[in-house]
Design a protein around this ligand. Structure first.
Ligand code: PLP
Length: 401
C-alpha cells in the first residue's frame, strides 16, 4: 500500500479552519535568520529577555533532588494551589477555595480548558479587537462564533457601552485581556466593574486573561478581576500565567481560578488531555508566588525605562503614531502614515523590515488591527536602539514614496 502524500492528510474540520499563530511565525522567522548568521533585531518576541530568577530555579532543582518526579493531581499539587489562593488573597483581598483553583501548562491551557468546557456550537463569544491571536482560534475550535468588538474609536479602550451594544441573546462569554497584548491598553478598574455589571445583567460568562497582570505603568493601576464583589465574579474565570511575570515562558506554568463547577469541567478536559502540568515546574511556580516579589519589581522597572525610551524614539519615526502602552511590554504604533506608496499594508511593511533591515516586528493584521505593528520591548535597550534605527530608515523610504 502506498503512503498518502502529506498534502492529502485529512485534517479535521476543526483544525482545517485554524490559523497559524502569527506571533509564533514571527518568532520562527527570527530564529531561522539568526541560525543562518544574520544580525537580526528581534522585536517580535512575546517573551521576557530576562532569565528565570535564581530562587525559582533552586526550588525546581530541590524538587528533582527530592524525587518530585511523579504524576501529581490533575489540577496540581496542594502546595501550588494554596500558593495561588494565598497570592490572590494577599495581593487582591480575594477569597478563593482550593476547589476553585487548578494548575495548568501555561496560561494557554487555562484558556483552552475554560473555553472548551463552556462554549457550544452557535454560542457567541465577545472579544475586543485588537485581540491576542489565540482567543478566536480556541473559540472556533470549540464550535463558537467569535464576535469582535472594534475599539479603535476609543483608542483601544474597551468600554461597558461597547460591550452592552455587542451582547445578544446568544452571547455566552466575553474574553477580556488587560493589560492587552497587543495594544498595551489597561482597562481602568471602574470601567472593568461596569463591564462586569453589564455582563452579569445578561448572565454572560467572563474569562479575564491576567497574563500581564503585574506589568502596568503608573498612572495606570494593577487590577485583578478577582477583587470584584462575589456577585460580579460568579461567572468569572481568571486565566493566569507565570510565563511573563517571572520570566518562565519555557516552564509552561499557569493556572485557572473559577467557580467550583467550572473548575470541575476544566479538570475533566485537562484529565483527558495533558493531566497535571510538569511536577518540577509546579514546585518552581509555588516558589514564584510564595517567595520574594523583588524580581518582579526589578523587571517592571527595566521594562518601564525601555518603554519610555521607545515611545520617545517612535515619536520621531515618520509615518508612525504611537500612544504609550499602559501595560505589558509592547508598543503598538499606527503606521498608516507609511502606507499608500509602494508599501500598501502593515503586513508588507513588516515584510520590508525583515527583508531590507533584518528586523522582526509583528503585523497588527494578525491581531485584527490592520495598519498597526506590534513592537516588543522585551529586549535590551541596545537592541531596541538598533531596531529603531532600522525602522526609521524603512519608514523614511516609505514616506518619501
Ligand atoms: N495570554 C496572552 C495575552 C498572552 O500574550 C500569552 C502569551 O503570549 C498567554 C496568554 C499565554 O502564555 P503562556 O501559555 O506562556 O502562559
Amino acid at each position: 500500500m502506498t503512503k498518502p502524500a502529506l498534502e492529502s492528510f485529512p485534517r479535521s474540520e476543526r483544525v482545517a479552519q485554524m490559523q497559524a499563530s502569527s506571533t509564533l511565525a514571527a518568532m520562527q522567522k527570527a530564529q531561522a535568520l539568526r541560525a543562518s548568521g544574520v544580525d537580526v533585531v528581534d522585536l517580535g518576541a512575546g517573551e521576557p529577555d530576562f532569565d528565570t530568577p535564581d530562587h525559582i530555579k533552586r526550588a525546581a532543582a530541590e524538587a528533582m533532588r527530592a524525587g518530585e518526579t511523579k504524576y501529581t493531581a490533575t489540577g496540581g499539587t496542594r502546595a501550588l494551589q494554596e500558593a495561588v489562593v494565598n497570592y490572590y488573597a494577599r495581593e487582591f483581598g480575594a477569597r478563593y477555595d482550593i476547589s476553585e483553583v487548578m494548575a495548568t501548562a501555561g496560561g494557554k491551557q487555562a484558556l483552552f480548558n475554560a473555553i472548551v468546557s463552556l462554549v457550544n456550537a452557535g454560542d457567541e463569544v465577545l472579544i475586543a479587537q485588537p485581540y491576542w491571536v489565540t482567543f478566536p482560534e480556541i473559540v472556533k475550535f470549540a464550535g463558537g462564533t467569535p464576535v469582535f468588538i472594534e475599539t479603535e474609536e476609543t483608542g483601544f479602550q474597551l468600554t461597558a457601552e461597547q460591550v452592552r451594544r455587542a451582547v445578544t441573546p446568544r452571547t455566552k462569554l466575553l474574553i477580556i485581556n488587560s493589560p492587552s497584548n497587543p495594544s498595551g491598553r489597561v482597562v481602568a478598574p471602574a470601567e472593568f466593574r461596569r463591564i462586569m455589571e453589564t455582563l452579569a445583567e445578561h448572565g454572560v460568562y467572563v474569562i479575564s486573561d491576567e497574563c500581564y497582570l503585574r506589568f502596568v505603568y503608573a498612572p495606570a493601576e494593577v487590577f485583578s478581576a478577582s477583587s470584584l464583589a462575589p456577585e460580579l465574579r460568579a461567572r468569572l474565570c481568571i486565566a493566569g500565567s507565570f510565563s511573563k511575570t517571572y520570566a518562565m515562558t519555557g516552564w509552561r506554568m499557569g493556572y485557572a481560578l473559577a467557580p467550583r463547577e467550572w473548575t470541575k469541567a476544566m479538570l475533566l478536559v485537562q484529565g483527558h488531555s495533558t493531566s497535571n502540568p510538569n511536577s518540577i515546574a509546579q514546585r518552581a511556580a509555588t516558589e514564584a508566588f510564595n517567595g520574594s516579589q523583588d524580581c518582579v519589581g526589578a523587571m517592571l522597572a527595566e521594562y518601564g525605562a525601555r518603554r519610555e525610551w521607545l515611545i520617545k524614539a517612535l515619536a520621531d519615526v515618520p509615518g508612525f503614531e504611537c500612544v504609550a502602552p499602559e501595560g505589558a511590554f509592547y508598543a503598538f504604533p499606527n503606521v498608516r502614515g507609511c502606507l499608500g506608496g509602494k508599501v500598501k499594508t502593515s503586513g508588507a511593511l513588516a515584510d520590508k523590515l525583515l527583508n531590507d533591515e533584518q528586523t522582526v516586528v509583528t503585523d497588527g493584521a494578525g491581531f485584527g488591527a490592520d495598519g498597526y505593528l506590534r513592537i516588543s520591548y522585551a529586549t535590551s535597550l541596545e537592541r531596541l536602539e538598533e531596531g529603531v534605527r532600522r525602522i526609521r530608515r524603512v519608514a523614511e523610504e516609505c514616506v518619501a514614496g
